[in-house]
Design a protein around this ligand. Structure first.
Ligand code: HEM
Length: 323
């Protein structure tokens, strides 16, 4: 992971990011919208069936499935591979936690190997049969940028693997947490149904209130002073997004979930490393909430979210709902 996009510095970081261009610019998001809408409809049909026969687990039925369906179709990853990719992503994440146990690190190391095998083979196959898909485009770009085929494939492996795993748990957590915070107080659900133009604001408040990534870790490249705090070269800094979002100097009464707050948050990071998939995560959440609000006016939570025992990456493993 130390060589993936989020851990690189300029000039390597700049070069890799430029090679991708603006992945989810307005035109791409518009092009992807009908597909995401259809995928949401399909998942909500399944949810509806489960709700008719009792209760349903929103996290497993919808939140877990939408991000892999979206990124999988965008990168043309065969749908039969999706469950395997979800499993290895969940297992890999331990290595990025603050205090993993030895056995968690072993699970993570195994998952990293599986990711290497999967994405190396994917790139090999795409090279053998290139098309007009996103990954074939990256292969063409990297073959021009990098004369050494081995180095090009290494960069392609890291980018494709990292973008895939960066998109999955993060978005799934936002989907569940947005639904949980809206249903936790039924008047919020009713109000948003009547005022759907505030769906974007609801997404930002969910991101602020309980960000999918709580901590990002950096190492100081030089002696510096950060917000009045001296930081010595080589010391490790844990940037606490959750705490920053709850700073009352930025967001008064931060513990209140307020749909009309129009507050600020750092949940997608900032600067050169700002999240590359923020607009895609927003599109998925907007589409899901818009359809969910209109199709399930009486939706309610029957068992509160269960969170995986983690510090850095939030993960909701179940959220029981009924109508
Ligand atoms: C709600 C969903 C998401 C959240 C909360 C989130 C959050 C973040 C955060 C906090 C960072 C680190 C930013 C920094 O270091 O300043 C990041 C980076 C990144 N994210 Fe996301 N992300 C989400 C969804 C996605 C999606 C859908 C994709 C891809 C399709 C994606 C791809 C990336 C990549 C590639 C980076 C590394 C960017 C770089 O270092 O230049 N993320 N994200």
């Amino acid at each position: 992971m130390t060589k993936t996009l989020s851990r690189l510095n300029a000039p390597e970081h700049t070069c890799q990011r430029r090679s991708l261009g603006n992945l989810f610019d307005r035109a791409t998001i518009e092009r992807m919208t009908p597909h995401v809408d259809r995928e949401v409809t399909r998942l909500l049909d399944t949810l509806a069936e489960q709700l008719r026969s009792g209760g349903a687990d929103f996290a497993q039925t919808v939140s877990e499935q939408l991000p892999i369906g979206t990124i999988g179709s965008w990168l043309s990853l065969p749908s039969e591979d999706h469950p395997h990719l979800l499993e290895i992503t969940h297992n890999q994440v331990y290595a990025q936690e603050l205090l993993p146990t030895r056995s968690q690190l072993a699970v993570s190391a195994g998952a990293t190997k599986q990711l290497r095998t999967y994405f190396t083979e994917l790139i090999r196959q795409r090279r053998a049969a290139p098309g007009d898909d996103v990954l074939s485009g990256w292969i063409r770009t990297w073959d021009e940028l990098e004369p050494d085929r081995y180095a090009a494939d290494e960069a392609l492996y890291r980018l494709t693997m990292f973008i895939t795993i960066a998109s999955l748990e993060t978005t799934a957590t936002l989907l569940s947490s947005a639904v949980w915070h809206l249903l936790d107080e039924p008047s919020r659900w009713t109000w948003l149904r009547e005022n759907p133009e505030h769906v974007e604001a609801a997404i930002d408040e969910a991101l602020r209130y309980d960000p999918p990534i709580h901590i990002n870790t950096r190492v100081a490249a030089a002696d510096t002073v950060l917000a009045g705090v001296p930081v010595a070269k080589d010391s490790m800094v844990h940037v606490m997004y959750g705490a920053a979002n709850h700073d009352p100097r930025r967001n008064p009464d931060p513990h209140i979930f307020d749909l009309l707050r129009a507050g600020s948050h750092l949940s997608f990071g900032g600067g050169a490393h700002y999240c590359l998939g923020a607009s895609l995560a927003r599109l998925e959440t907007r589409s899901m909430l818009t359809q969910l609000l209109s199709r399930f006016p009486t939706l309610r939570v029957v068992s509160p979210p269960v969170f995986a025992s983690r510090m850095v990456f939030r993960r909701v493993t179940s959220l029981g709902v009924a109508i």
